[in-house]
Design a protein around this ligand. Structure first.
Ligand SMILES: Nc1ncnc2c1ncn2[C@@H]1O[C@H](COP(=O)(O)OP(=O)(O)O)[C@@H](O)[C@H]1O
Ligand SMILES: [Mg+2]
Length: 243
C-alpha cells in the first residue's frame, strides 16, 4: 500500500535530516515510527503525505507517485500533524462542511459521517462553539475526525496522542485499532514507546534520520537481547545515536 524507497532529505547543504529510509506498510497494519524529538519523524511523514519532496528516493502510494498523481494520492490519505492548526474562529460544524466540500463528499454522506464522529468523540455539544474555546483534547479529536472525513484507505498520524490526557488518548488509540481492523494502512509516529508497543505491528526505531532497527515488539526485544520493549528501545538508541 505504501512503499518508501531509499528516501533522503536535506533541509540545508551541510546536514542530511533523513539518511536513506526504506519501508513498506500494508493494509490492516499499523506501522510505527518511533524516535526521540528531532529524529525526523515529522519530516518523513510530510514527505509521505506529499507536502514535501524528498531530496532523493521514491515514495509509492497504492501504485501512485506524487510527480504524476498528486490529487489521486490526496484522496487516499488522511494526514494529521500538530503543525497544522484549526482556524480558531471557525466551529466544528463549519470545519466539517468546509472539508467535505473540499473532498466532494455528498451531503447525505457528510451528514452520516459528521453524526458518527460527533458521537464517537463527544463533539456534539461543542459543534457550534468556536475552536479557540475548546480544550486541547477536543481540538485534537476534531482534527482527527476531519483528517478522516473522506474515509481514506491510508492514515498518517504524526504523534496523535501528544499532549492528551489518558482518557482522550485511549479514545484515539481505540479508534486506531478499529481502523486497522477495517483494513486501513496506518503509519503512526510517536516518541512514547508504550504507544508504539500497544498499537504497532511493525516498528521502525528512527535515530538521527535512519532506521536503526525494525520489527515487532517481540522481534526488537529478541534482537537486542533485552527483557522489555523499553530496554530494547534504549539499547537501540544508545548504540546508534552519534552526538
Ligand atoms: N523546515 C525545516 N528547516 C530546517 N530544518 C528542519 C526543518 N524542519 C525540521 N528540521 C530539522 O530536521 C530534524 C528533524 O525534525 P523533525 O522531522 O521535526 O523530527 P521529529 O518529528 O522526529 O521530532 C531536526 O533537527 C529539525 O530541527
Ligand atoms: Mg515531529
Amino acid at each position: 500500500m505504501i512503499s518508501v524507497i531509499d528516501v533522503h532529505k536535506s533541509y540545508t547543504k551541510d546536514k542530511e535530516t533523513i539518511r536513506g529510509v526504506s519501508f513498506d506498510v500494508h493494509e490492516g497494519e499499523i506501522f510505527g515510527l518511533l524516535g526521540p524529538n528531532g529524529a525526523g519523524k515529522t519530516t518523513l511523514m510530510q514527505m509521505i503525505s506529499t507536502l514535501m519532496k524528498p531530496t532523493s528516493g521514491r515514495i509509492v502510494i497504492d501504485g501512485l507517485t506524487s510527480d504524476k498523481d498528486l490529487l489521486e494520492i490526496h484522496k487516499k490519505i488522511g494526514f494529521l500533524t500538530n503543525e497544522i492548526k484549526l482556524d480558531p474562529l471557525s466551529t466544528p460544524n463549519r470545519l466539517f462542511d468546509f472539508f467535505a466540500e473540499l473532498y466532494d463528499i455528498p451531503k447525505a454522506e457528510l451528514d452520516t459521517r459528521k453524526q458518527e464522529s460527533f458521537e464517537r468523540f463527544g463533539i456534539g455539544p461543542f459543534a457550534d462553539k468556536k475552536i479557540h474555546e475548546l480544550s486541547t483534547g477536543m481540538k485534537q479529536k476534531i482534527s482527527i475526525a476531519i483528517s478522516l472525513i473522506h474515509n481514506p484507505p491510508i492514515i498518517i498520524f504524526d504523534e496523535p496522542t501528544n499532549g492528551l490526557d489518558i482518557l482522550t488518548s485511549k479514545q484515539v488509540t481505540d479508534y486506531l485499532k478499529e481502523l486497522k481492523e477495517q483494513g486501513h494502512a496506518i503509519i503512526l509516529s510517536t516518541h512514547i514507546f508504550s504507544v508504539a508497543e500497544e498499537l504497532c505491528d511493525d516498528i521502525a526505531v528512527l535515530v538521527d534520520g535512519r532506521i536503526a532497527a525494525q520489527g515487532s515488539v517481540e522481534e526488537l526485544i529478541a534482537l537486542t537481547e533485552t527483557e522489555s520493549f523499553e530496554q530494547a528501545f534504549f539499547k537501540i538508541y544508545v548504540e546508534n545515536h552519534v552526538e
